[in-house]
Design a protein around this ligand. Structure first.
Ligand code: FCB
Length: 460
């Protein structure tokens, strides 16, 4: 059998990603304030099996070993997030120096190991003190985000070359405020849309601040953009796709790329109580200009394909689905509910973003898979499904590069198994296996394979 070798552009930024709440632990150490995820996890029934991020991967203490593992993997870059309440326990005002020191040591350690840090400022762990004032539903939290950004980028701006303002504002806004499955656990669609607006606003406000403090750096935002298609050619399913997918993608992309909020979605949002009858009453003059402030790159978190079906149509009145979805088996689906393995989607999404929004530069800031394979009797973790998953997604991303998409790097989610939000420790996404009782780490087969990909800058 002949294998083809697929090469990547010179200086392609191969990395892995994590976020603070999912790995750090030390939830109340050295002056850290409470976050909304601490509060949510400590509320019985919110996270599966009562899991919490109190200890998680204990990265707050194990970071030197974790950097050694990253080095062993040959990572060129590492995407991490900063815990806002670790540096500003009340969200604004008094600074917690030990918290800032932790991130200084971490960044210096990464640079010593020749690993480029890419820092996400907000990956969902909002200070509880700000939530008590309304959180991102209120403009004052957007203002506090700018103060926090200024503090962090003044401290680390001379060393960090990649800044991401927010991670997946859609998930934070909708899953946390409309569906209630994430912190702060609200079921208020109208609040969700306000939250999304204030996150985008705080993103726009922060850009000049980051540029001033970190003039050499590239700035972006990371959006969750899965691929989606209508289940059939019926108008019902088409609309389910247009509005459902639109609210998760165009609602964020359009204002970021200078097009205002999409009019079709504003109408839809009013009808479905995501907006009051008056519409966008929280948008003030100048907001949309601010949100459209130019960034240097877009981060794309891609995981799966979603088939849009209008399930409200009386039976027999919709067309039967025509999109093929493989029957459930453990190669074609991740262990995350209904997350189909769909590598072509990464190609489709990258080309769509390039053609539709003329995004100047893209990074895959997250892509990965959850399968729980653990060590066998020899201590080896044979996670063949993850290895094949990554191989197929890398190849699809490379096809996009070949037709001109400016994709400059790829961050696998995740460096190590960690706390998967509401699913707790039941979902393992890591390249590195973690024993959450002993904190032992083992490089999975996928990690050893990834090391070769990075070293050769190619996939075979
Ligand atoms: C994304 C999140 C990330 C992780 C992956 C599986 O939505 O950004 O923290 O949980 O999903």
């Amino acid at each position: 059998m002949t294998t083809t070798k697929i090469s990547f552009p010179k200086n392609f930024l191969w990395g892995a990603a994590t976020s603070a709440y999912q790995i750090e632990g030390a939830w109340n150490e050295d002056g850290k304030g409470e976050s909304i995820w601490d509060r949510f996890a400590h509320t019985p029934g919110k996270i599966q099996h009562g899991d919490t991020g109190d200890i998680a991967c204990d990265h707050y203490h194990c970071w030197p070993e974790d950097i050694q593992l990253m080095k062993a993997l040959g990572l060129k870059a590492y995407r991490l997030s900063i815990s806002w309440p670790r540096v500003l326990p009340n969200g604004r005002g008094a600074v917690n120096s030990p918290g800032l020191d932790f991130y200084e040591r971490l960044v210096d350690g990464l640079l010593e190991a020749d690993i480029e840090p890419m820092i996400t400022l907000f990956h969902w762990d909002l200070p509880q003190a700000l939530q008590d004032e309304g959180g991102f539903a209120s403009r004052s939290t957007a203002e506090a985000f700018v103060e926090y950004t200024d503090l962090v980028t003044r401290c680390l701006g001379d060393r960090v070359k990649y800044w991401i303002t927010h991670n997946e504002p859609s998930v934070f806004a909708f899953v946390g405020h409309a569906h209630g499955h994430h912190a702060p656990g609200l079921n208020a669609p109208d609040i969700a849309v306000r939250v999304a607006h204030h996150m985008l606003l705080s993103h726009g406000w922060s850009i000049p601040v980051i540029r001033a403090n970190s003039p050499e750096a590239q700035i972006g935002i990371a959006l969750n953009i899965n691929f989606s298609q209508p289940a059939s050619a019926s108008l019902y399913d088409y609309h389910a796709w247009q509005y459902g997918y639109g609210l998760w993608s165009r609602w964020f992309l359009d204002p970021l790329y200078n097009r205002q909020y999409p009019a079709d979605l504003v109408d839809y949002a009013i009808q479905n109580k995501y907006l009051p009858a008056e519409g966008l009453d929280f948008v003030e003059e100048g907001d949309l200009n601010t949100i459209a402030n130019q960034t240097d790159f877009l981060g794309v978190n891609y995981y799966t394909r979603q088939i849009a079906r209008d399930t409200e149509v009386p039976s027999g009145q919709n067309l039967p689905p025509t999109i093929f979805q493989p029957p459930h088996n453990d190669h074609d689906y991740q262990e995350m509910e209904n997350w189909e393995v769909y590598p072509d989607g990464i190609f489709n999404v990258l080309t769509w973003l390039h053609l539709e929004y003329q995004v100047p530069k893209l990074y895959i800031t997250e892509n990965g898979a959850s399968w729980s394979d653990g060590p066998d009797e020899t201590g080896r973790v044979k996670d063949t499904r993850r290895l094949n998953f990554l191989k197929r997604h890398f190849a699809a991303a490379q096809r996009a590069i070949q037709i001109g998409v400016p994709l400059e790097g790829y961050f696998v989610w995740s460096l190590m198994d960690n706390l998967e939000w509401g699913y707790g420790f039941s979902q393992r996404f890591g390249l590195i296996w973690v024993d959450f009782k002993t904190q032992r780490r083992i490089l999975k087969d996928s990690a050893k394979w990834y090391r070769k990909v990075i070293a050769s800058n190619s996939v075979e």
